[in-house]
Design a protein around this ligand. Structure first.
Ligand code: F7E
Length: 328
């Protein structure tokens, strides 16, 4: 008789991190379950493109973060060993345009899942996708687990609330609940609304003569950019420890949006100054100027470190966009 497979439930399985995490856990022989909105199931080619190659290896359940009842039903039935809560309205800029749905979905969604685990599957280990956006207007550089939060957007505020809910459920109800405070992490599967993919895709299109200009907002802001494929491993490592805790995950290096632009254009032998235009409308009402992680704790306790260098990441994104555009 084969060993009983561990079960995992992933919210946000159709996203960048969810899709890489699902692939990682399939390789680790988990039985993978994912929550998807019903509308996404009706539009597979657009919404499920990141998981199309693993659809026959995972179990998809239709539910909504806005419905406690729909989440309870799934958690009660599956009783997963591990739950990774990655789903959110994660686009910072959009969170200013629609504060109410960002706060409602992100805060209530996290609360519903924690509460459902507490009442119906208290042995499930829980991972919350917290974010470096919680540091916002940074109080200290580099940022670690002890750095105070100062969020600068409705998105950042929603993540602070989720982080505190997770900590409170851990302390009050003794759940195995962890937060990963992940700094920006990118890949060829990044959504087009985020700046790195917007740039890599535009560079590939410009190189192929399909586009002439690239409009960007604040290119002076600095981020700690890592590779999403390195980061999903850190999520899993957090749930394999004896006791739950919170961890900062990043690279310890910071680069500006302009640095990303320069490397991306020069990789295809183009001068960015000829193509990049600044559009003030793309500036945010409140910006996060500089983020850089101190991931010493993750290195010591999880034995985790990032593998991909910034330049490699930029080049891999441009190359992948060039390849996929040539295939069309
Ligand atoms: O912006 C600037 C923008 O939207 C990065 C999310 O995954 O990481 C991400 O949040 C920077 C900002 O990511 C454009 O003002 C300039 O300073 O790619 P982004 P983000 O806001 O850092 C954290 C860790 C998360 O948790 C979030 O969910 O780039 N920027 N021009 C621009 N940004 C965008 N999107 N578009 C522009 O045209």
């Amino acid at each position: 008789m084969g060993k009983i497979k561990k079960k995992v439930l992933i919210t946000g399985i159709t996203g960048q991190d969810g899709s890489y995490l699902a692939e990682f856990l399939i390789k680790k022989n988990y039985e993978v379950h994912g929550i998807v909105r019903r509308v996404a199931l009706e539009d597979e080619s657009h919404r499920l493109w990141r998981i199309k190659n693993i659809l026959n290896k995972i179990n998809i359940h239709s539910a909504s973060l806005e419905s406690y009842a729909s989440l309870v039903k799934i958690i009660q039935r599956i009783k997963p060993n591990e739950v990774y809560h990655l789903a959110a309205q994660s686009y910072v800029s959009y969170s200013f345009e629609d504060e109410f749905s960002t706060l409602n979905t992100n805060i209530n969604g996290t609360h519903y899942i924690l509460s459902a685990i507490k009442d119906f599957s208290p042995r499930s280990k829980f991972y919350f996708a917290a974010s470096s956006e919680m540091f916002g207007k940074v109080r200290k550089t580099p940022q670690n687990e002890l750095t105070p939060f100062y969020p600068r957007s409705p998105y950042g505020i929603s993540k602070v609330a989720g982080f505190e809910l997770t900590r409170n459920y851990r302390e009050a109800y003794k759940l195995y609940a962890c937060s990963g405070i992940l700094f920006n992490h990118e890949s060829p599967r990044r959504g087009f609304e985020f700046v790195t993919r917007k740039i890599s895709y535009a560079v590939a299109r410009i190189k192929l003569g399909l586009q002439k200009e690239l409009y960007l907002g604040n290119i002076e802001s600095k981020r700690d950019w890592g590779d999403a494929r390195d980061y999903v491993k850190a999520m899993w490592l957090m749930l394999q420890k004896k006791s739950p805790d919170d961890y900062v995950i990043g690279t310890g290096k910071t680069f500006s949006v302009k640095d990303f632009v320069k490397i991306a254009f020069s990789h295809v032998n183009l001068d960015y100054k000829k193509y990049v235009r600044i559009n003030k409308k793309l500036y945010r009402p409140a910006e996060v100027d500089l983020l850089v992680a101190d991931y010493t704790k993750a290195k010591k306790k999880l034995n985790w470190k990032p593998k991909t260098k910034f330049k490699e990441l930029v080049v891999s994104m441009v190359e992948e966009d060039l390849r996929s555009l040539k295939d069309i």
